[in-house]
Structure formats: C-alpha cells, structure tokens
Design a protein around this ligand. Structure first.
Ligand SMILES: [Fe+2]
Length: 345
C-alpha cells in the first residue's frame, strides 16, 4: 500500500541549501517518481508517422541539403513524449527515414550504436557492410551492427528511402556513442544471405562452423515473406504468424540491444498482443493495418510507421478481408532480457 511521503517543501530551506551545497539529495520526495506503484512512468507516447506526409518533406531535404552537407540525409521520427530534440522514438529506439538520390554516396563510417535498415522504396541502392555489398529492395532488412564499416551508394534512377532503426538513445545515454570515418571499402565476393540460404543447414568448412557474430547482414524480404506465407499455410489454425530475425548460426537475436520481427496478418485477422515491458515500433510493409494502443487507433497504410510504449497491450487488425498484411516490428526485448526486466503481463 503506497502512502504519501514527505515533500521537498516540507524541509527547512537552510537544510535544503546545506544538502545542495554538498551535492546531496533527499530520496523520499522523489521516491514515488522513480519507483511508482505497479507500472513504470513512461515518457513514450503512441505516435503515428504517416509516410504520405513525411515523404514530400524528405524529398524536399534532397533539394535543400546536398549529401555532402548531410552525410546521412535523414528525418528523425521523434517521439514528442521524449522531447523532439532528443530524437528518440522510445527510451532505446531511434527511427530515421533516410533518402539517397541516384548517384549519391554516403561515405564509409562505423559507430558504437547498432543499426538496421528496413528498405521502404526505390531500386538500385546498396549498403556495403564489412565488405559485403547488400542490395536494398523493399522490405529487406540490412544489419549494420556495432563496429562494422558501412556505406551507402545508389546506381538506380529514382530516390531510395529506408527506415533506420538504431539503439542510439541507449548507447548515447551510456556515454558510449561515437563514430569513426573510413575510406571506401573493398567489396568482397559472396554474401551471407546466399551462404545461409535455408533454415536447418549452415555453411561448414571441413567440419568447422562459422564463428562470425553477424554471419547474415541482409535478410531479403522475398525469403522472409515466403517463410510467413508457408507458416500460415502449414498451420492454418495458427493465430500468430511471426518470425524473429536471428543469427542463423546461434539462434540469438540478430543484434544485441533491439529485436526485429516480421508478422503476417491473415485477411480480416485481428491479433491482440499482450502488454510487454519493451517499447515497440510497427512498420507496415504490405497491406492495410489498424494499430490500437493507449486508447488510440492508427490506420496504417503501406510504408507507415508507429510506436507504442512498453507495458501496454497492442491490437493489430488487418483491414482487408481478402489480402494478407505484413508488418515489420522492432522492440527493446533483447535489452530487457539481458537486464532481467523483461515482462509479459
Ligand atoms: Fe551509420
């Protein structure tokens, strides 16, 4: 049972001044704020970023700011609950919509935060990660994990847009965020998504398995979508048709801090997701989906993105009665699990 605790104003001013001068703070006036009863205090708001309203402004940035002046031409999807200037979608998730125009080059760098890119539209761009040239197509997920060199190029004829998902807010909070610029990478032969083509078998060299932490850097949407469709056909009564992006050698989460998933909603399906501790982000790859959380309902169309705070249930509804829908999800699960605070309510 919570009861009222003493307030700062209840203390004599001279006592408060003495504490302040000695860099001391009384806990009890703030105790309920940092340890509220039952449910954490969350600054994260449920927010919807429609692609149709964002895209013209992103294209405008392409006119206003040359790539050399931007390095990465990005509009950040910022959660007003955290203050727009803090560039957070949630405590640990940064979201940015990035534009690369034909012929442009975003030079090689590496940094401590982990990133992934979910390709939103356009053809002909590529990301070179750790010497592996990864083509960027709609729905592909490309990892640029902590410490790996990456750069973006574009040989196509139309603008390419992708959604960056980083754990930047957390790494910045830990005072561990920095980058290093590098020179153009030499492209190596081969790609992880071809070497790790099928679940159940992994490349082996004279009975030795790969010990790469990130064996797969590109997860082609064609393969992920096919897996979901196959799962749904295999088990028609299955409620939740979902896959997790993992390291195919170990089954661990693809990256260390954020988790990534793809989910298929059958025609007309409504799926109630339980309240879980991590905040999460939904990006609609294909179809028409309503996302309901925190008393709000977002009508997502293709390429729309929204977020939900942790500890809140979320309901996903496919608005189409005859077409499936496909959603990309990012959340803070790996972080919560490592910290021992992961909860499903
Ligand atoms: Fe980067």
């Amino acid at each position: 049972m919570s009861h009222e605790l003493g307030r700062l104003e209840d203390l004599p001013q001279d006592y408060r001044d003495d504490l302040k001068n000695l860099n001391l703070v009384p806990l009890w006036p703030s105790l309920r704020a940092v340890l509220p009863p039952g449910v954490p205090t969350r600054a994260t708001q449920a927010v919807h970023w429609p692609y149709a309203t964002l895209k013209p402004l992103l294209l405008k940035a392409g006119e206003l700011t040359p790539i050399e002046k931007a390095e990465r031409r990005v509009l950040v999807l910022a959660n007003p609950g955290h203050g727009l200037e803090n560039m957070k979608a949630s405590p640990a998730i940064y979201l940015g919509m990035q534009l690369l125009l034909p012929g442009e080059w975003a030079p090689s760098h590496r940094h401590t935060p982990n990133a992934v890119r979910m390709i939103v539209e356009g053809e002909g761009a590529y990301t070179t990660v750790d010497g592996e040239k990864c083509p960027m197509r709609r729905g592909d997920l490309i990892l640029t994990p902590t410490g790996l060199w990456h750069e973006h190029g574009h040989d196509g004829s139309d603008p390419v847009v992708w959604l960056d998902v980083l754990d930047l807010p957390l790494v910045y909070y830990m005072e561990a965020s920095y980058h290093i610029n590098g020179s153009r990478q030499t492209v190596k032969q081969g790609s992880g998504d071809r070497a790790w083509t099928r679940a159940g078998v992994v490349p082996t060299q004279v009975f030795r398995r790969s010990d790469k932490r990130y064996p797969m850097l590109r997860y082609p949407w064609s393969a992920t979508r096919a897996a979901l469709v196959e799962m749904a056909a295999n088990e028609p009564q299955l409620d939740c048709v979902q896959v997790t992006y993992v390291n195919p050698e170990t089954g661990d989460d693809a990256e260390n801090i954020l988790g990534f998933y793809a989910l298929m909603l059958k025609p007309g399906q409504t799926l109630a997701l339980p309240a879980r501790s991590p905040a999460q982000v939904f990006h609609l790859i294909e179809g028409a989906v309503d996302v309901s959380t925190c008393g709000k309902r977002f009508e997502l169309v293709e390429a729309d993105t929204c977020c939900a705070p942790g500890y809140e249930p979320v309901t996903l509804s496919n608005r189409s009665a005859d077409q499936p829908a496909f959603v990309f999800i990012a959340d803070e699960s790996p972080l919560h699990r490592k910290l021992g605070v992961y909860e499903v309510r």
